[in-house]
Design a protein around this ligand. Structure first.
Ligand SMILES: *Cc1c(COP(=O)(O)O)cnc(C)c1O
Length: 382
């Protein structure tokens, strides 16, 4: 708390799906003497960051490597899909939500041959159907899906999907942006060839630095694949890092310092303790929702434990924007849903927060409902 006084920065509780609430030490880590990122001091910092990120997903440094990019998390999806598809091959996207739909859009923008294998947004993908599609399409070389579908909070069975993918000799890229450094991941055990995240989610650092952790030999093999982007080519960025230690073009210098600090705090808190804290926050969110009568969308046992999608109550006085504004003015940010045909909002358990923050938030939320004349407990089916 002293540190907060020292920096004097207001602490906001972000319940949106990233960027997340950061510690003041991470915020302050950005205040550094000016440095040219081509200096050895800085390239060493990035080399250590690349190496240490492997430990988060228990990746063997002989076999896996981290490639950093300057951009938000979507850039990772773009890079993986456009860089890892050999000529005359096809991508399969296992799609049960907004972030896998984003991957499909990337395929469309590059004109990459792909299959958009859609499942309902509130359901797990059907493994038998995936297997059938893989069998019927031997030209599928890359399968992509989302680990925690942040649009709904559903946790996809990546280990099982990955097993099918590998049995059909394809490469498995998984968007782990909303699980990495929160929900423990062992890449190899989960059958993941490439995972990815950006610094503002699990690392609780700043937006602008993204990274892909992947199989080194697959990246090297991709040097022979069609080149579909210059700035967003995985092999090129990897090759420059390996040969010079530098990012091909200017890295987000201050954001890198914050990420280094975030990662240090991650290891200090510990994988299990951090996951236990996110779980406490998630359970506090469910307790609060239960007390006010809110219903959530995804079956509880399918939830990844980080995002809750909540159905709008059937009350003429309910107005999400007004609830949002009331909470926002008091330091709590809530977020709209991302489901095509249903009215939902989201509360997320990311960031440097704990259950007391959630308990205080629900006091504010209840006040907002009272002030708007929304019946509590909230009503459905009216
Ligand atoms: C946050 C997030 C991203 C990245 O989104 P940006 O807006 O580019 O930061 C990608 N995938 C998932 C699953 C996410 O949760």
């Amino acid at each position: 708390m002293d540190r907060e006084l020292l920096s004097g920065i207001k602490r906001n509780i972000l319940l949106n799906p990233g960027p997340s609430t950061t510690t003041d030490t991470v915020k302050m880590a950005q205040i550094v003497p000016d440095i040219c990122p081509r200096e050895k001091e800085f390239t060493e910092l990035m080399a250590n960051l690349r190496r240490d990120l492997l430990r988060v997903v228990h990746a063997d440094p002989q076999k896996y490597t981290t490639v950093l990019f300057c951009g938000s998390g979507t850039m990772n999806i773009d890079v993986c899909l456009n860089s890892l598809l050999p000529a005359n091959k096809k991508i399969l996207v296992v799609n049960n939500g907004a972030y896998s739909s984003r991957a499909v859009e990337i395929c469309e923008y590059y004109g990459l041959p792909h299959i958009d294998l859609k499942f309902p947004e509130d359901q797990l993908p059907d493994l038998d159907v995936i297997e059938e599609v893989l069998t019927d399409n031997p030209d599928i070389a890359l399968v992509h899906t989302t680990h925690n579908e942040t649009g709904t909070g559903i946790l996809n069975p990546v280990r099982e999907i990955g097993e099918l993918v590998h049995r059909h000799d394809a490469v498995f890229t998984v968007d782990t942006t909303s699980t990495l450094a929160m929900r423990p991941i062992d890449m190899e055990r989960e059958n993941i060839d490439f995972c990815m995240a950006s610094a503002q989610k699990g690392l609780m650092a700043m937006t602008g630095l993204s990274f892909i952790i992947g199989n080194r030999s697959l990246i090297e093999a991709s040097s022979e694949y069609p080149r579909r982007s210059y700035y967003c080519n995985l092999y090129l960025q990897y090759h420059i890092f390996e040969t010079t230690g530098e990012m091909h073009f200017t890295p987000p210098v201050q954001t890198v310092y914050a990420a280094v600090q975030g990662l240090e705090e991650y290891f200090r808190e510990g994988e299990d303790a951090k996951w236990a804290r996110h779980t406490r926050v998630f359970e506090a969110i469910h307790r609060g929702l239960g007390r006010l009568g809110f219903k959530d969308l995804i079956r509880r046992e399918w939830q990844a434990g980080l995002v809750v999608s909540i159905l709008y109550p059937d009350d003429p006085n309910w107005d999400f924007e007004k609830v949002h504004d009331y909470c926002y003015e008091r330091g709590y940010t809530i977020y709209p849903g991302k489901i095509s045909d249903m009215d939902t909002f989201r509360l997320c358990a990311l960031g440097a927060i704990d259950e007391q923050d959630i308990e205080k938030f629900f006091v504010v939320l209840e006040q907002a409902l009272e002030q708007m004349g929304v019946a509590v407990p909230v009503q459905y089916g009216g």
